[in-house]
Write a protein that binds this ligand. Structure first.
Ligand SMILES: Cc1cc2nc3c(=O)[nH]c(=O)nc-3n(C[C@H](O)[C@H](O)[C@H](O)COP(=O)(O)O)c2cc1C
Length: 313
């Protein structure tokens, strides 16, 4: 199928495999791109030299387009952007920062820029900054999120009402049916995170992938709104945060509890008690670990089936 997003990225299907710290390295990104989606390397958890290696390996593993996700809250951004340009990456998804900072600089170098937002206000700011497309991410999504708790079902049509540039829906999309629903609401494509965490090629620790499979409805919650709001599995670390909240902590106390490298410990090293386990609400609907290509294939099959079944309403 062809639409504004498949044409913008030159991909077969309107599916973006989300950039995700500790999960989406070159293996996942190249597998998703080889399957006809757009694979994204998550630069947020990579030192510049590690990112360089992932980009080079990704180029060897696929001839199809792929991109890099850069959360702008991390240090070394100039170095990261320089590597992206040097290595000839053609697509960048920025998040967690001001889209004005890098959009023009990247576009001058022939790079397509997409920015991730969680509200109508920031979608319009990103459009004003000149990005080529936006990802609008609902409250149910895995990872860091907005403070306003706007769900995908409400966010997408509200953004669509005001936005002219292509729109990618994220948050709670793990099936072809959900993909169709967001596209009916106005999205041109979907960005899928949690479903790809439970893929064979994700670099998540096997124990974390199993948690994703085991998680049920109600097992995740958005927390740490005073720092950077993040949706976490309710494990021991999550409960420690809630206990601290009961004492009306200062921001500094929250930062101290969070400490360093919690996300790496949880998702990459498999420390299920003391690590930070980021996943979306839709994990309750994810029951298996599959190859990325199978995820793309199943989503597209279900999408086509769902389109046909709608005609019988
Ligand atoms: C484990 C994990 C890590 C994530 N890391 C990032 C990141 O580094 N940068 C970013 O822009 N979004 C990140 N996200 C958000 C995803 O890119 C995506 O928008 C989100 O997962 C979509 O919602 P879903 O999980 O319901 O599919 C992360 C999500 C997860 C689950």
């Amino acid at each position: 199928m062809q639409n504004r997003i498949t044409q913008l990225f030159n991909i077969k299907y309107p599916i973006i495999q989300a950039g995700m710290i500790w999960n989406s390295g070159w293996r996942l990104a190249s597998a998703a791109s080889n399957a006809g989606a757009l694979g994204l390397i998550g630069a947020g958890s990579m030192y510049p030299d590690v990112l360089k290696e992932h980009i080079q390996k990704c180029k060897q593993a696929t001839d199809n387009p792929f991109g890099v996700n850069v959360p702008m809250l991390y240090p070394n951004i100039q170095e990261i952007m320089d590597i992206i340009v040097e290595e000839g990456v053609k697509i960048v998804f920025t998040s967690a920062g001001n889209p004005k900072t890098w959009t023009g600089w990247l576009q001058e170098k022939g790079i397509t820029v997409v920015h991730v937002v969680s509200s109508v206000k920031f979608a319009l700011k990103a459009q004003e900054a000149g990005v080529d497309a936006i990802v609008a991410e609902g409250f149910e999504a895995g990872g860091h999120n907005g403070r306003d708790e706007t769900t995908t079902l409400t966010l997408i049509p509200m953004v669509k009402e005001q936005l002219q540039i292509p729109l990618i829906a994220a948050g709670g999309v793990a099936t072809g049916k959900a993909m169709l629903a967001t596209m009916v609401l106005g999205a041109d494509a979907v960005q899928v995170g949690s479903r790809f965490v439970a893929s064979e090629e994700s670099s998540a620790h096997q124990a974390f992938k199993q948690v994703v499979v085991d998680v049920k409805e109600g097992d995740t919650q958005l927390t740490l709104k005073e720092l950077a709001p993040v949706r976490l599995v309710k494990n021991k670390f999550f409960n420690e945060i809630q206990d601290l909240y009961k004492t009306s902590p200062t921001k500094e106390q929250l930062i101290e509890l969070l400490g360093r490298a919690r996300a790496k410990r949880g998702m990459f090293e498999g420390d299920l008690d003391d690590g930070e386990l980021e996943i979306g609400q839709i994990a309750g609907l994810i029951h298996d670990i599959k190859p990325a290509a199978q995820i793309v294939k199943d989503m597209m099959l279900e999408f086509e089936e769902a389109k046909k079944s709608v005609l019988n309403f």
